[in-house]
Design a binder for this molecule. Structure first.
Ligand SMILES: [Zn+2]
Length: 387
């Protein structure tokens, strides 16, 4: 097992159906055994109920100044998607490697695992540190404890590269995000007497209209220098799903939706949360004035800090030096890079494959991108061999 190439490792990783709702432990067991075969001791960071785990390891000397390679092990579901081949069997067709997670992001995971024997052989002078998280796709909830444990147990790395698919471009900034599950409890009466009840759906519509108003205001405002490089160059508020009510002629007893912010770096997610909660409080007071039983519950279901571009940061410098990419790239989706940065690491996002293929049926990574990723990691190892 220790002489597996990146391609074979990818084949193994894809074969574990690590959809976020399910356990990733069989994959973690496999990785742990693979590393043990190379003489590398890994540390697990389990979730609360022990059904999932993150894993990290230090390869090379236990000294500061290394490089973290970070990826997530979970993938999005394939339910309802039309796949031309089994999503959990790697299959090559026309220069593309198909399979769930090939682009997002088991391709990078496989490459970093394949870089481990290389780092050992080459005798890196500063460590390669690898990190594999879980529950990234459901709001980056697995990584915080993993990064905290790494910060506590490993010598401090100089840079963290998060290998989400960027087509090997150096992505140095992304928006942050936070999601709020909002449940309104109304009061049911016959709709002809709606003034005596509280319609949770119609009340919920006011919060959604608040979101529309924020978007319009944000769009109209002149973007600051940090926001200006994003598309769109402002914080957005979105509701993508809603449910509620039982019949057309009953004031709705319940309404539930998920409202999420995608926040440009430099703006505070907590300030946006406070603004939302104060609108919620005002609405709740209106509802309770009609019926004291009515109310609103808001529960936060994810938080992903933004990645602030670091002028001349170590991660950015390293990734630019290797890829030769000096363009400015920022993305509007969140990654675990912001979590590393929040804990004091210099962080950048760079990995093989195209985000456009992520979450799609027939997800793939091209063989060219996969090889490009392999060459990139070889250069990272070269860098760790330098003084
Ligand atoms: Zn991803």
């Amino acid at each position: 097992m220790t002489d597996l190439g990146a391609r074979e490792i990818l084949e193994r990783l894809v074969a574990f159906p690590t959809v976020s709702r399910d356990s990733n432990l069989p994959l973690i067991d496999w990785v742990e055994a693979y590393l043990a075969g190379l003489g590398v001791r890994a540390t697990r960071v389990p979730n609360d109920d022990g059904t999932k785990a993150a894993l990290f390891a230090n390869i090379g000397p236990e000294v500061p100044g290394g490089v973290i390679l970070s990826g997530h092990t979970d993938v999005v579901p394939v339910d309802g998607q039309a796949w031309s081949s089994d999503p959990f069997t790697l299959s090559e067709r026309g220069g593309r490697l198909y399979g769930r997670g090939t682009a997002d992001m088991k391709g990078f995971d496989a490459l970093m695992l394949a870089a481990v024997p290389l780092a050992l052989e080459r005798g890196v002078r500063r460590p390669l540190q690898i990190a594999l998280s879980f529950d990234e796709e459901v709001g980056c909830t697995g990584a915080p404890a993993m990064i905290d444990a790494m910060a506590a147990e490993l010598p401090r790395a100089a840079a963290a590269i998060i290998g989400e698919p960027t087509m090997m471009k150096a992505v140095t900034g992304h928006k942050g995000g936070a999601g709020f599950r909002t449940t309104l409890r109304g009061y049911e009466v016959h709709s002809s007497m709606l003034h005596k009840g509280v319609n949770a759906i119609m009340a919920g519509a006011k919060l959604i209209e608040w979101a529309n108003a924020q978007n319009a205001e944000n769009m109209a405002r002149e973007p600051g220098p940090l926001a200006a490089i994003f598309d769109p160059p402002f914080t957005t508020v979105h509701v993508g799903q809603i449910s509620g009510g039982t019949a057309h002629n009953i004031t709705a007893g319940q309404c539930r939706f998920e409202l999420d912010f995608r926040c440009v770096p430099g703006e505070s997610i907590e300030a946006w949360r406070d603004a939302y909660l104060s609108r919620v409080a005002a609405l709740e007071a209106e509802m309770r004035a009609v019926r004291p039983e009515a109310g609103i519950t808001v529960e936060r279901y994810f938080t992903v800090p933004a990645l602030r571009p670091e002028p001349d940061g170590a991660a950015e410098r390293l990734v630019r030096a290797i890829t030769g990419d000096n363009g400015t790239h920022v993305v509007s989706y969140g990654t675990e890079a912001g979590l590393f940065q929040e804990r004091g690491y210099s962080a950048a996002v760079c990995g093989p494959g195209d985000i456009a293929q992520a979450h799609q049926p027939d997800e793939y990574i091209t063989v060219d991108q996969f090889r490009g990723g392999e060459a990139f990691l070889r250069r990272v190892v070269d860098h760790l061999c330098e003084d």
